[in-house]
Ligand binder design. Structure first.
Ligand SMILES: *[C@@H]1O[C@H](CO)[C@@H](O)[C@H](O)[C@H]1NC(C)=O
Ligand SMILES: *[C@@H]1O[C@H](CO)[C@@H](O)[C@H](O)[C@H]1NC(C)=O
Ligand SMILES: *[C@@H]1O[C@H](CO)[C@@H](O)[C@H](O)[C@H]1NC(C)=O
Ligand SMILES: *[C@@H]1O[C@H](CO)[C@@H](O)[C@H](O)[C@H]1NC(C)=O
Ligand SMILES: *[C@@H]1O[C@H](CO)[C@@H](O)[C@H](O)[C@H]1NC(C)=O
Length: 346
């Protein structure tokens, strides 16, 4: 981004010629008058150049001249945008800067809930899992095309707030092409000025239980014949939580290790982004984390709310059919910390 301050040199030659003896008076008057004319000519030229400059650089440049620039720390300037959607006008908010963001997460890590929290803010628009459609992530060119369209703000979903959106993004699961094309995606995000929120779950064991329970419900459709990944009432949560999956103990440790490595590789690959690393458990325990998120996104800080209700609220032994086996398998491993990890609040 440029367009901040123009760098024209001072046009007037300030240094006089030293040591010359003064010419006669009429000549002096004439010279001064001539100099005056020259100054006028220079200024006139400069004005003409400036207006030409504005015309050539089109609407964006012009808007920046008209808009009172909000204060943005210089290191954040690459992450602040003034998009011009084709489908609608940003109207009275066209001078408000917009931050682009992406929530990078894994299935069953609370990202759906997190997104409903963000969308309860009038200036945040998070547009769901746009890469769940395979054709949008077929290859890096279809990914880039999708991202470009999205960040032009010409992407209308139910999360759209239109003109007064100040933070615009979506969520992206690691297994939706994100890690397959990580080099290209990294350079895209940095070039485009996209801020990244990583949202993971510390307790990989609980996540695994949630994955299995959700897979089960996909077939069983326990809520009156519909499959639900997220629920809005305690009754619904209770019905879904009744199912206790049985974990495959023989692959449990390698399964957890793979997931941990996947998250670690992701954080390494994207360590040069403007980013914030969040854990689901931390948000549950301390809602102040949500204030930090809003500061990170440059929106006015307020209380965020979600209508979603947590499904698995019980201690772990109540959630798994073969708890004894699971406990003794993990008990003496580095993953023993997951066994008593309570992420529920009552
Ligand atoms: C990328 O995928 C799209 C379909 O999403 C396809 O139309 C296009 O031909 C592919 N491009 C390349 C370079 O493979
Ligand atoms: C947030 O949205 C409101 C209208 O809903 C608008 O008045 C305000 O300027 C917006 N704030 C930012 C930072 O864009
Ligand atoms: C299922 O349907 C019955 C009757 O139609 C209704 O009373 C009940 O609330 C529904 N349950 C859920 C979990 O949607
Ligand atoms: C990012 O991670 C790589 C290892 O994957 C490391 O070499 C590099 O120093 C890290 N960069 C930053 C800025 O932390
Ligand atoms: C680990 O297992 C041993 C024996 O099975 C048991 O005595 C101990 O209490 C277990 N520790 C935890 C933290 O569950």
């Amino acid at each position: 981004m440029d367009g901040f301050g123009n760098n024209l040199q001072h046009p007037y030659p300030l240094k006089g010629s030293k040591g010359a003896s003064l010419p006669p008076r009429p000549t002096l008057v004439f010279l001064i008058a001539l100099f005056g004319l020259y100054v006028c000519y220079l200024s006139f030229n400069q004005i003409r150049m400036e207006s030409k400059h504005v015309e050539e650089n089109g609407a964006q440049e012009q808007d920046e001249h008209v808009c009172a620039k909000p204060y943005v720390p210089s290191e954040e300037l690459p992450y602040v945008h003034f998009p011009k959607p084709k489908g609608y006008s940003r109207a009275e908010c066209s001078c408000n800067p917009v931050r682009f963001f992406v929530i990078v997460s894994m299935q069953r890590s609370g990202s759906g809930w997190f997104e409903t929290l963000l969308n309860s803010h009038p200036n945040i628009s998070s547009n769901g899992e746009i890469f769940n459609r395979v054709d949008r992530r077929q290859n890096i060119s279809s990914i880039v095309q999708t991202l470009d369209k999205l960040y032009d703000l010409d992407w209308l979903t139910s999360a759209a707030k239109n003109e007064c959106t100040a933070a615009f993004g979506f969520k992206w699961m690691l297994n939706q092409g994100f890690m397959d094309h990580h080099d290209e995606i990294l350079s895209y995000l940095n070039k485009k000025g996209v801020s990244v929120i990583f949202l993971f779950r510390r307790n990989t064991l609980r996540r695994l239980i949630s994955v299995l329970a959700n897979n089960y419900d996909r077939d069983a459709k326990q809520l009156n014949g519909t499959h639900k990944s997220h629920v809005h009432s305690e009754e619904e949560a209770e019905i879904l939580a009744k199912f206790k999956p049985e974990l495959d103990v023989s692959t449990l440790v390698s399964n957890i290790r793979d997931v941990e490595k996947y998250m670690g590789d992701c954080l390494d690959s994207f360590n040069t982004t403007r980013r914030m690393i969040l854990y689901y458990e931390d948000i549950i325990r301390n809602r102040n984390v949500l204030f930090q998120v809003q500061e990170f996104l440059g929106v006015p800080v307020r209380k965020l709310v979600s209508r979603q209700v947590k499904i698995h609220t019980r201690p772990l032994p109540d959630l798994v059919r073969n708890w004894e086996d699971v406990n003794s398998r993990l008990n003496r491993t580095e993953y023993a910390r997951f066994l008593d990890g309570a992420d529920y609040v009552k």
